[in-house]
Design a protein around this ligand. Structure first.
Ligand code: F6P
Length: 550
């Protein structure tokens, strides 16, 4: 029994039933499952919005799915979901509501936190963002010298960078191509240097994105950006007012930094950093794609929110994807999960999901404060196909590790491409379909022999198959489809955290490194004696100082 009165996850009968079922399926191959059920390719599919989800190539039967749903029922996944949507403080270690879903709620919705309806505030900020984005896009908002803004630089890190940076790449073909939009996150000065070196400060707007407005990387980069601007333009506070806006929950710190709070776009502590790019944190994206496209993206998020909230368990896609992950993580010892988009525009998508998933579910302590003795969040990784095929897919096909993977693809190439480049799309997608086929069904030794392969090479050229994949297919990559995809993964991560009984909305694990960096810095800059520095780090710091040319 847990301290919170819940039965420990791995002591539940539903858990034992799954473990037993897993043993029974140990020798089952996807080839057999497909042979036994000719309708599997169409039967094991679901739809949500514009997304067609094929889960037929998973190592599951109807019974597996039933048992997984029973585990979800026993762990009250839907009750926690409802509490989240209602605005209850389900982020227990920070005593906060978790309401990214309110960011895409319709104007007339009522969602209360501490007795206050938050929806009017959400829409007031969206309207303020829209007005500002329109003024930048039209040229009505000018810089200190009266020049039109041509460059937008988002300065932020983690959730204040990855979301808008990812979405900007995804929706590039919807952006105003006259604008240069860049994202600076790393405290390595090279990042800001490369982002600004070819820009005219008089035409550049900095969007300083930080929920807390205390994150050292962001404040350091923002301070350097201000110097870069003022060194070129002068003008003090009035120049800053024309070239700096802030996205934050912390009005006091924004003012302290010297940004006019009239130029601040607010969000709230019930929006987690990694769940925030559809809040004010999306301002640079909104400037790039325009308010209408941004709202279409929010509609996409909302569509999947509504589905997650109302679809029955058997048809609930985030529930299904979350449970499939649990099946592999907890019952097949899978350690990682690959997300492999077959779209160049999704080049940052998996990097975005890494924070969403790993910062949410990378926890070894359960909600009751006790250590878990079951696996929690997987390592999430991947890059767009077909590039990965020529790099690491070898290990997915013939390595010793089970790597469940999501393949995401689109029927249509992006509209902007020339006819010639559009023609390449079928080849891209032929690879997409071929990979999941090869992973599932492999190639038997008999098939290899039948090709006349020399006997000593047969084992090398044989593919076991039985590598599970989900295929997510949509007609085209639009702002709405992006919103749908992100919400799908947000809720999948939610489902898993709920089953594992962890708080998916805190991130205490990143704090220690931050504290230690602050402590070590004087040793690097001044050679100061740092009390309590371990022998290894002490020697490394000494070496660094010796090598560092000042
Ligand atoms: O260090 C982790 C983290 O707190 C993330 O959760 C967050 O997205 C990021 O830092 C940036 O934080 P902020 O938006 O407050 O600058």
């Amino acid at each position: 029994m847990n301290a919170d009165g819940r039965t420990r996850l791995n002591q539940r009968p539903e858990w034992a039933a799954l473990a037993k079922h897993r043993e029974g399926l140990a020798d089952t191959h996807l080839r057999e499952l497909f042979a036994a059920d000719p309708g599997r390719g169409e039967g094991y599919t679901l739809r949500v919005g514009d997304l067609y989800i094929d889960y037929s190539k998973h190592l599951v039967t109807d019974e597996t799915l039933r048992l997984l749903r029973e585990l979800a029922a026993a762990t009250d996944v839907f009750a926690l979901r409802d509490a989240m949507f209602r605005g209850e403080k389900i982020n227990v270690t920070e005593n906060r509501a978790v309401l990214h879903t309110a960011l895409r709620a319709p104007r007339d919705a009522v969602i209360e936190v501490d007795g206050e309806n938050v929806v009017p505030k959400v829409h007031a900020v969206l309207d303020k963002m829209s007005d500002f984005a329109d003024r930048v896009r039209s040229g009505a908002w000018t810089g200190h010298t009266g020049k039109r803004i041509k460059n937008v630089i988002n300065v932020g890190i983690g959730g204040s960078d990855l979301g808008p940076a990812m979405a900007y790449e995804v929706l590039r073909s919807f952006t105003d191509r006259e604008l240069t939009v860049r994202f600076v996150s790393n405290v390595d000065g090279a990042d800001l240097h490369e982002a600004t070196r070819d820009l005219d400060p008089a035409e550049t707007l900095f969007v300083i994105a930080s929920k807390t407005f205390t994150t050292i990387e962001t404040i350091t980069n923002a301070t350097s950006a201000r110097s870069w601007l003022l060194d070129a333009l002068g003008g003090g506070d009035s120049a800053v007012a024309k070239h700096f806006v802030a996205l934050s929950t912390n009005t006091e710190k924004v003012a302290e930094f010297g940004i006019d709070t009239a130029n601040m776009f607010e969000f709230w502590d019930w929006v987690g950093g990694r769940y925030s790019y559809d809040s004010a944190i999306g301002l640079s994206l909104m400037i790039a794609i325009g308010p209408d496209r941004f709202r279409e993206m929010l509609d996409g998020f909302r569509l999947v929110d509504d589905h997650f909230r109302t679809a029955p368990a058997e048809a609930n896609v985030p529930l299904l994807l979350g449970l499939l992950g649990i099946w592999y993580d907890n019952f097949h010892d899978a350690q990682s999960h690959a997300v492999l988009p077959y779209s160049h525009y999704l080049s940052r998508f998996t990097a975005y999901l890494q924070q969403l998933d790993m910062e949410s579910n990378g926890k070894y302590v359960a909600r009751d404060g006790k250590q878990v003795d079951w696996q929690t969040g997987p390592v999430v990784w991947g890059t767009p196909g077909t590039n990965g095929q020529h790099a690491y897919y070898q290990l997915i096909h013939q390595g010793t590790k089970l790597i469940p993977a999501d393949f995401i693809g689109f029927a249509e190439p992006v509209a902007e491409l020339s006819a010639g480049l559009k023609a390449q799309h079928d080849l891209l997608m032929a690879n997409f379909f071929a990979q999941t086929q090869a992973l599932a069904f492999g190639k038997t030794a008999e098939e290899v022999r039948a090709e006349g392969v020399a006997e000593e090479l047969v084992p090398h050229k044989t593919f076991q198959g039985n590598r599970p994949t989900t295929t997510i297919l949509a007609k085209e990559l639009t702002p709405s489809v992006l919103g749908q995809l992100v919400a799908l993964y947000e809720h999948k991560v939610f489902v898993q955290g709920a089953v594992w009984n962890i708080d998916s909305f805190d991130q205490w694990g990143v704090e220690l490194g931050k504290v230690l960096a602050k402590r070590v810095e004087p040793a690097l800059t001044e050679g100061a004696e740092v009390p309590g520095l371990d022998a290894s780090t002490k020697a490394l710091v000494a070496k660094y100082r010796e090598l560092r040319a000042r």
